[in-house]
Structure formats: C-alpha cells, structure tokens
Write a protein that binds this ligand. Structure first.
Ligand SMILES: Cc1cc2nc3c(=O)[nH]c(=O)nc-3n(C[C@H](O)[C@H](O)[C@H](O)COP(=O)(O)O)c2cc1C
Length: 450
C-alpha cells in the first residue's frame, strides 16, 4: 500500500490527476493556480522558497479513492470498517523527516511557503497541518486545524469548535500549562481522512488510519516534545500551545462554506523545533476545496449510521459539492417500503446543518444528477412528498440563519426540507421502465468511425 504523500503523487500522475508546473510562480498566485484545476497541482518553483508546493491533493473523493485504492462510493464504508477495526501504530527509530532539524533559536516560519490564500485573509495560513497531542486521561489525538502566521516562531490556531484537541488544551489552560502539540505537514490522504474523522474521544485517529491501511501507521517520536508523528510526514513543527487562552485575534480566513469568516479570539502556538526532509514538499491546502473531499466520507458515514440505527436500508448516500459537502444529502434506499422515504428524511433532519435531503429508490444512480432530477420530476408530488420542518439546529455560518442578530450565546435555528422522490405507493415499478435501445452494449459509434 502507498505510504507517504510521495507515493500518492505518483499514483495521481499515473491516473492523470496531477498537473506539474515548472515555471516560476508568484506566491500570491498559488491559491488561484491550484483552484484553477480539478486535478492536484504541483508547483515546483515558488518564488522565494526552497521547496515545491502541492495543492488540491484531496479536493474530491475520486482522488481520495486513489489513495485508499478503492472505488469512490466505497470510501465511507471503508472508513466505517476502519473505525470498527482500528490497528495500533508502531514506532520507528529513523525517517527522512529527521534529515534537517532546526532548533528553537533558528526557527523562522517565514521560510515555509505559507501563502495568502484569499483576498480577505488576515495573513498567510498553513491549511494542511495535522495536529498531534497526548492527554493523560484521554490518550493520543490527531485533528486538522488551520494555523495563521503571526511571528517568526508563533502561529495562531482555531480552537473554537468542541473538538478533542480543544478539550486537551482547555484542560492544560485551566492548569496554567502549555499543551505540547506537533503539526505534521505533507501527509498521505489516509492519515488526512482519519484525522478529520470525529472519532469518539479516546479513539486515536492514527489507529483508524491503520484500519484503513490494514497495517500499522509508522510513527516517530518528536525531538523536543513527548508526542509522536507519522514518520512519512514531509515537515513537522514541534510546538507548545501557550496557556494564554482565547485572547489573540485570529482570522479572517476563507471558511469551508466559501465565505470569509470573522476575526476570532484564539490561543497562540509557539514553534520550538522544526524537522523536515531535505527535499520536503509543502502541501498547501487551499480552502475550501480539500475540506469538501475530506468531509464527504465523514458526513456520509454519519448519515449511513443514523439510517442503520433506525432500521432503514441505505444503498448509497452522497453529499453535494455545491452544498459544501455538508448542507445537502442525496440517499438511495434499498427497495423502500411505504413510509421509509419520509422516515429517512426525518431521521437525517436531525443532522446539524443538513438543510436539504432527497431520497430516491435503488434504481437511481445518486452520483448522476440527471437521474436524481428525473426521479424528482416523475416520482414526487409536492403536496405529499415535500417535508418542511422549522426551528431545527443550524450551522451558524449560514448567513440565512441570521446568527449575528441573536443574543450572544444563543444558537441559531433553521428550517429544513426533504423531498421523497421514491416511487409513490400504488404505482408499480413497471411504470418507470426506462427506454431501451437495440443491443446498446454491443453497438458502439466508435466501431463505425474511420
Ligand atoms: C482542512 C481542514 C481544516 C480544518 N480546520 C479546522 C479548524 O481550524 N478548527 C476546527 O475546529 N476544526 C477544523 N477542522 C475540523 C477538525 O479537523 C475535525 O473536526 C476533527 O475531527 C478534529 O479532531 P479532534 O476532535 O480529534 O481534535 C478542519 C478540517 C479540515 C478537513
């Protein structure tokens, strides 16, 4: 199986999913260049930096599937199996990651190709860092958090959501201690996908990565903090999150929903040591595209588990890129019985942020928008099959929920809609028999061309 990001780049290239740029690139143009392609983009020569930048690595599930060596519609299920069958990590003693070790006095974060991603960003950001930390009670943890450049040896971090590393930090902060944390840059999609997984506190995401790999992830100890990182990382920042609390401005930054977020109060991270490969490749994760690729399997898995819990039979589930792979779900049910389409809708409305759900039968390919539209056009009766429910939990970043008009601390609510586009009760499947051409599997236009 592929190990690090270099193996993955080779696979992307073999599958024509990588564009390589050899010309010198202005750092301010990096985000526009990477966003201009559906393929991953490797910029070999970025003006002012001694390392290439790669971006768009996990911008869609097609690429993640290449990393997992499976079909794109199998990713969520693979993730589910890995969560149920985690594999312990192993420690290795040496790795190219230790080829260069930069000590505290020589740290200069301006040497890393952190770039300004969006016009309104408050500064250059590292978007691809995976953070590793350990807690005496909850064990080891990995997550993905952004870092805003602050000074030569300090960065911001966004610890505003109720995630595990925030929990570790809150505990350290209450004790007046810094939290030791390593930031690994340049990881394979398997480790990225696992790190983005909202696993139960105490379930170490790198054991989920091991479950996806069906072999242990190789970890290597840091030099100056008591934390391990994947040995295949390109660059690692060994850090302390200072016990200052949420006191320093961080942001603005282009958020996952494609809109610039507000300035937030966040902690400060001090970088103590940097270890890196001599020929390190810097993964520049440009928001929002790669969050969509990583977020989709996690979101689809959550929906799958909800439907299974209420004894429905999901055949396929997908989020849509247009909805930031977050706000919309399309579900195919296996031979749905009367009432099951609407049962699926009401169950999935409980997912925070999901605003639009379409449920179809298993004869519809949910990855083909035209087929889904066809089902909606011919199987839905709006007065019977559209469910609208008001005042459900909302994601605060959605401008239409008017979070800013609410009293401080009050969570916004939203209305949600579900479309039951399964075949209506009493109409036989035969009524939807599709047109067939004569012998379509054996008749090909290409055979008739000169
Ligand atoms: C590219 C990317 C960037 C992310 N940045 C942040 C962030 O800055 N702050 C945050 O709270 N969550 C962020 N997330 C979501 C967390 O990584 C995710 O919730 C993860 O499960 C947290 O892990 P933990 O609970 O083990 O700490 C990001 C996710 C991705 C894919």
């Amino acid at each position: 199986m592929q190990k690090g990001v270099r193996d993955f780049l080779r696979i992307l290239e073999q599958n024509e999913e990588l564009v390589v740029v050899n010309k010198k690139v202005n750092p301010l143009h990096v985000s526009a260049l990477i966003s201009d392609s559906n393929k991953a983009v490797l910029l070999r020569d970025v003006d002012g930096y001694d390392m290439p930048i790669v971006g768009g690595l996990v911008r869609d599930t097609r690429k993640i599937a290449l990393g997992l060596e499976c079909r794109h519609d199998e990713i969520a299920q693979r993730l589910s199996n890995a969560i149920q069958n985690p594999v312990e990590t192993v420690i290795v003693k040496d790795a190219p990651l230790k080829e260069i070790i930069i000590g505290e006095k020589d740290i200069d974060l301006t040497l890393l190709p952190q770039i300004m991603q969006h016009e309104k960003d408050g500064g250059p950001y590292i978007g691809s860092g995976v953070q590793f930390a350990v807690h005496e009670t909850w064990g080891k943890d990995a997550g993905i958090y952004r870092h805003m450049f602050r000074t030569q040896n300090t960065m911001g971090v966004d610890f505003n959501s109720p995630n595990d590393i925030r929990l570790f930090y809150s505990d350290a902060y209450e004790k007046g201690k810094p939290l030791e944390m390593a930031v690994a840059i340049g990881l394979h999609p398997i480790e990225l996908l696992a790190a983005d997984c909202s696993a139960a506190t105490g379930l170490y995401e790198m054991t989920i990565a091991g479950g996806l790999r069906k072999e242990p992830v190789e970890m290597i100890p840091c030099e100056t903090i008591d934390v391990e990182v994947p040995a295949n990382a390109e660059i690692v920042l060994e850090c302390e999150v200072l016990p200052t609390g949420w006191t320093t401005d961080e942001g603005r930054y282009g958020e996952f929903h494609g809109i610039s977020g507000d300035v937030k109060k966040n902690p400060v991270v001090k970088v103590k040591t940097i270890t890196r490969r001599k020929d390190a490749i810097f993964h520049s994760l440009i928001m929002p595209w790669e969050v969509y690729g990583l977020g989709a399997p996690n979101r689809e898995l959550q929906a799958y588990n909800i439907l299974k819990a209420v004894r429905l039979r999901p055949k396929a589930i997908r989020t849509t890129v247009g909805s930031c792979n977050f706000f919309e779900l399309i579900v195919a049910l296996d031979n749905p019985k009367p009432g099951e389409g609407k049962a699926a809708i009401t169950a999935l409305m409980a997912m925070m942020g999901v605003k639009l759900i379409t449920v179809v039968d298993d004869d519809i390919d949910i990855y083909d928008d035209e087929q889904v539209r066809w089902a909606v056009a011919l199987r839905m009766q709006a007065d019977k099959d559209v469910l609208i429910v008001s005042n459900l939990q909302a994601k605060h970043v959605d401008p239409s929920v008017r979070s800013s008009e609410l009293p401080k601390g009050q969570m916004p609510t939203t209305s949600k809609m579900g479309i039951d586009a399964t075949i209506p009760v009493g109409i036989p499947r035969k009524a939807y028999e599709r047109l067939q051409y004569f012998n379509p599997d054996n008749v090909h236009l290409s055979d008739y061309l000169d």
